[in-house]
Write a protein that binds this ligand. Structure first.
Ligand code: UN1
Length: 507
C-alpha cells in the first residue's frame, strides 16, 4: 500500500521512541488488522518497562531544556509540523481510514483538524498571557504568569487516532511541556506515522531528544503513566470506565488529569424546527464514523406534533445509506473497529428489545461480499424510553434511540437525564426555546448547539463535557491553561515592607 510507504510505516515497527530515536524493546508484538478488509496491515512492538523508563527519563531531561526555549520558537516548530501534515494529508488520511475504518472524507477531515490545531497553537505561542492586578499595598505590583508544567501523558482512543493526540500535544508543546503518547492499541500504526512526521521536523530544528515520547501497548501502560509522579498531567480520552481508573490513580497522587470520556448526545427536534436541516444533522450525527464518535448522536427527542413526519423522513434516509469500504467515496458508513464492537452492538440491540424498544429501522451484522472482515453492521433506529438501562449507556455503534416530548421542559429533562454530559443540540427556529436550551436551566452538557448536530465540533472552541464525560477541556479557547502552572507574583518596589491585610509586626 502506497500510503504506508509514504508515511514510512513498515510491516514490523518498533513502538517506543524518545522523539527521533526508536528504542528496541522486549515487549510483545501488537498486530494491527484493518476492519475494512480484515487484512494484517503491520505490527508494532509494545513498550516494556525498560523502554518506558527510557522514554520518561528522556522526557525529564528534555523538559529542562525545552522549557527555556522562547514560546514563539516552540511555535515555529509546531508551524513546521503543520506544513508537513499538509504535505502528508492524503496518505495519513488514508491510513486513518484504513486502520480505523472511518470514511476517507472523515480521515482527511481528521488530519485537517491536526493542521488547524497546529495553526491555532502557533498563534497561541505568542499569547500565553496572564493578568495583572492592583496591589492593596503602595509601591507594589502584582501579576500572574503561566509556566510549563512538565511531562504530559496522553492516552488517546481509536476513534480519533491522530487528531485528539494533536490537540493535546501541539498545545502542550507551545506551552513548554514535553509529551508521552500512549495511542490506542487498536490503531498503533497511526502513531508510528505521526512519530515519523515529528521526527523529521524535530531533527532539523535541534529539538531536545525526549520532547516527543511514544509508548505502545495495552492497559498496563496507562496504569504506569497514571501512577507515575514524574508525570504531573495525564490527558485521557476514552470510555468512562477507563477514565474513572485514570482519574482515581492520578488523583490519589494529587496529579492533574484532563478526562474526555463517554457521551450520550441528544438532539431535540422542536415542532418549530427546519426538519430538512434537522434530518441532515441527525443522520450525520448518528451514522457518521459508524456511530463511534464521542459526539455521536445517540438520542433524538422529537416533538409529538412533528414526530410522524420526521420519523418518516428518517426511515427513508436510512434506507438510502450505503454501507461498505470506507475508502470508496460512494459509501456513507464503514465498519466498526473490530468484532468485539460488533458483539457489543448486537447485545445492545437485544437489550433494547428486551426492555421494550421497537426498531423502526432494523439492525444486524452484515456478511458476504465486501464484508469479510466481519465488522460491518447496519445503522438502526429504535423507539425507546429514556429510562431504559441501555439508553442510559453509551454503546459505541450506530444505534439511534427516539423519544417523543410535549413541552420543552420535558425535552430538557430527557436531554439531561443521562449520566454523561458531552454534546447536545436543539433544532428550532423559535428564539425563546433556543435561549431556554442554552440557559443555566437548559442543557447541562459541555457543548450545546442550535441548529447544528452534536458532532463535528471545530477546534477553536474548548472541547469536553460534564458529569461522567469527565469535566476536562481540550483544544481551543483557553484550554491551554490546563497544560501550564499558574504563578502569582507580587513585587515590592517601595522602601518599606508593609504587610497585607494591614497587619503590623513591629519589633
Ligand atoms: C471524539 O469523538 O473523541 O466534534 C472527538 C467532533 C470531532 C471530535 C470528536 N471534532 O465530532
Amino acid at each position: 500500500m502506497l500510503f504506508l510507504q509514504q508515511l514510512n510505516v513498515h510491516a514490523q515497527n518498533e513502538g517506543t521512541s524518545t522523539g527521533t530515536k526508536w528504542i528496541s524493546s522486549q515487549g510483545e508484538e501488537l498486530s494491527s488488522y484493518s476492519p475494512v478488509d480484515g487484512k494484517l496491515i503491520g505490527s508494532v512492538r509494545t513498550t516494556d518497562k525498560v523502554g518506558y523508563e527510557a522514554v520518561v527519563q528522556a522526557a525529564q531531561g528534555a523538559f529542562a531544556e525545552w522549557r527555556k526555549w522562547p514560546a514563539p520558537r516552540r511555535g515555529e516548530v509546531v508551524r513546521q509540523i503543520g506544513e508537513v501534515l499538509r504535505e502528508k494529508k492524503q496518505p495519513l488520511g488514508e491510513l486513518v481510514s484504513y486502520e480505523m475504518g472511518k470514511s476517507l472524507q472523515e480521515g482527511l477531515g481528521e488530519v485537517q483538524e491536526m493542521i488547524d490545531i497546529c495553526d491555532f497553537a502557533v498563534g497561541l505561542s505568542r499569547q500565553l498571557h496572564g493578568l495583572t492586578m492592583h496591589s492593596e499595598r503602595p509601591g507594589h505590583r502584582m501579576y500572574e504568569q503561566w509556566h510549563p508544567l512538565g511531562i504530559v501523558g496522553i492516552i488517546s482512543a481509536f476513534n480519533f487516532p491522530v487528531a485528539v493526540w494533536s490537540w493535546n500535544t501541539m498545545l502542550a508543546w507551545v506551552c513548554g511541556d514535553v509529551c508521552i503518547w500512549k495511542p490506542s492499541e487498536k490503531t498503533p500504526l497511526c502513531s508510528i506515522a505521526c512519530q515519523n512526521i515529528i521526527t523529521e521536523v524535530f531533527a532539523r530544528n535541534g529539538v531536545p531528544e525526549g520532547v516527543c515520547g511514544l509508548v505502545n501497548g495495552g492497559r498496563e501502560l496507562g496504569e504506569w503513566m497514571s501512577a507515575d509522579a514524574r508525570i504531573p498531567l495525564v490527558s485521557a480520552t476514552g470510555s468512562t470506565r477507563m477514565g474513572k481508573a485514570v482519574g482515581a490513580a492520578v488523583g490519589s497522587r494529587l496529579g492533574r488529569s484532563i478526562l474526555e470520556l463517554g457521551g450520550n448526545n441528544a438532539i431535540i427536534i422542536s415542532k418549530d424546527a427546519d426538519l430538512d436541516m434537522a434530518l441532515i444533522g441527525a443522520l450525520f450525527g448518528a451514522v457518521g464514523t459508524a456511530g463511534q464518535r464521542c459526539t455521536t448522536t445517540r438520542r433524538l427527542i422529537i416533538h409529538k406534533d412533528v414526530y410522524e413526519q420526521f420519523t418518516g423522513k428518517l426511515v427513508k434516509a436510512y434506507g438510502q445509506l450505503r454501507i461498505g469500504n470506507p475508502l470508496d467515496q460512494h459509501n456513507h458508513v464503514g465498519p466498526l473497529i473490530d468484532k468485539d464492537a460488533v458483539t457489543s452492538y448486537l447485545a445492545a440491540i437485544e437489550k433494547c428489545k428486551a426492555e421494550g424498544g421497537k426498531f423502526i429501522v432494523e439492525g444486524g451484522a452484515l456478511e458476504g461480499d465486501g464484508f469479510e472482515s466481519g465488522c460491518y453492521v447496519k445503522p438502526c433506529v429504535a423507539e425507546a424510553s429514556n429510562s431504559f438501562q441501555i439508553v442510559q449507556h453509551e454503546t459505541f455503534a450506530p444505534i439511534l434511540y427516539l423519544m417523543k416530548y410535549d413541552t420543552i421542559e420535558e425535552a430538557l429533562s430527557y436531554q439531561n437525564g443521562v449520566p454523561q454530559g458531552l454534546s447536545s443540540a436543539i433544532m428550532t427556529l423559535n428564539l425563546r426555546e433556543a435561549e431556554q436550551f442554552l440557559s443555566a436551566a437548559g442543557s447541562d452538557c459541555g457543548i450545546a448547539n442550535v441548529n447544528i448536530g452534536t458532532s463535528g465540533a471545530e477546534i477553536g472552541g474548548a472541547f469536553g463535557g460534564e458529569k461522567e464525560t469527565g469535566g476536562g477541556r481540550e483544544s481551543g479557547s483557553d484550554a491551554w491553561k490546563a497544560y501550564m502552572r499558574r504563578q502569582t507574583n507580587t513585587i515590592n518596589y517601595s522602601n518599606s515592607l508593609p504587610l497585607a491585610q494591614g497587619i503590623k509586626f513591629d519589633l
